[in-house]
Design a protein around this ligand. Structure first.
Ligand SMILES: [Zn+2]
Length: 309
């Protein structure tokens, strides 16, 4: 008898629950936070709700209590930081109704670095200590070993203060790849071979345009010089990652060619022209890396600009 009563109760409760969910799912109009709270608080289990956070009514995906109230005495873990971001990503001044078609944002650039360190172990340790505040998605050793340290969809902290075209938050747009290298040495073949394989996977998986494979020095010319002058940008371009020019067939630029405009169109931040030119020469001219464009440098710049942009 008791069992029958329990079954009936469960059945009735399930009907109430389904009906309420259906009512919300079918609603095409914006839901006022107070409406949702008023309608559902009779059966929703104990969840810390506030009028600011109606998102959690049916399936709480974030804890609505501000983290500073829960973790006021200690440093947040990375997971807690992400949780806090999800909470603050909800605009308090707007009503909430959940869309059902979405996924995570995907990368559209690859930024290549050298580590300026002496071993892959040292780099991994750097990315795991609290005070460093830097990270990358991948680290590739001199022997070609590839270590992934963040999911491709997560935002690594590798670009720092940087700009490319009109993009001022490269970390949000990109995957960061660190090559184990002390900053003054060539990159061994096994390391480059592993890099090429990884780039091929990333390019296909996320449909990244070939022009969007660039170096840290490209996006931060006043602060960075990586990857160093030994990095084989020409080989990469031949495989479809980044840009290069045909040394055997260079077209002369017209008399009114403006090199600074061309650098800007390619993506360089020209607010410091000398730094932008130096970054361009380190990558494409390789020798005599300075802030002055020779006639030959202008010709190379024109050919890259004309070929890709
Ligand atoms: Zn870097």
């Amino acid at each position: 008898m008791k069992l029958n009563l329990l079954c009936v109760l469960v059945f009735v409760l399930s009907l109430v629950g389904c009906g309420t969910k259906k009512q919300i799912l079918q609603s095409a109009s914006i839901i006022k936070p107070v409406d949702i709270l008023g309608r559902l608080d009779t059966f929703v289990p104990a969840v810390n709700l506030t009028l600011d956070s109606p998102i959690v009514i049916l399936k709480p995906s974030v804890d609505t209590l501000p983290l500073d109230q829960r973790f006021s005495e200690r440093i947040l873990t990375p997971e807690e930081k992400v949780q806090e971001q999800k909470r603050t990503g909800i605009h308090k001044g707007a009503d909430w109704t959940s869309a059902i078609h979405y996924d995570l944002r995907k990368p559209n650039f690859v930024i290549i670095h050298h580590t300026s360190q002496n071993s892959i172990t040292q780099t991994i340790r750097t990315f795991q200590v609290e005070h460093s505040k830097v990270s990358a998605h991948y680290v590739i050793g001199r022997d070609g070993r590839v270590v992934q340290m963040l999911n491709d969809y997560e935002r690594a902290w590798h670009a720092g203060r940087s700009k490319w075209g009109q993009i001022t938050d490269m970390n949000s747009m990109s995957i960061g790849i660190e090559l184990d290298n002390n900053g003054r040495e060539p990159f061994p073949d096994p390391q480059i071979n592993s890099l090429l394989l990884l780039l091929d996977t990333l390019k296909t998986k996320y449909t990244i345009p070939h022009t969007n494979f660039i170096g840290h020095a490209d996006i931060a010319p006043t602060r960075k010089d990586d990857p160093n002058v030994f990095f084989p940008w020409k080989l990469l371009a031949e495989r479809g990652f980044g840009v290069w020019y045909d040394e055997s067939f260079l077209i002369q630029p017209p008399f009114n060619f403006n090199p600074v405009d061309a650098l800007k169109i390619i993506g360089y931040d020209v607010s410091n022209e000398e730094a932008a030119i130096r970054a361009f020469k380190r990558k494409f001219i390789i020798k005599e890396v300075n802030g002055i464009l020779t006639a030959y440098d202008r010709t190379v710049l024109y050919n890259i600009y004309k070929r890709y942009y």
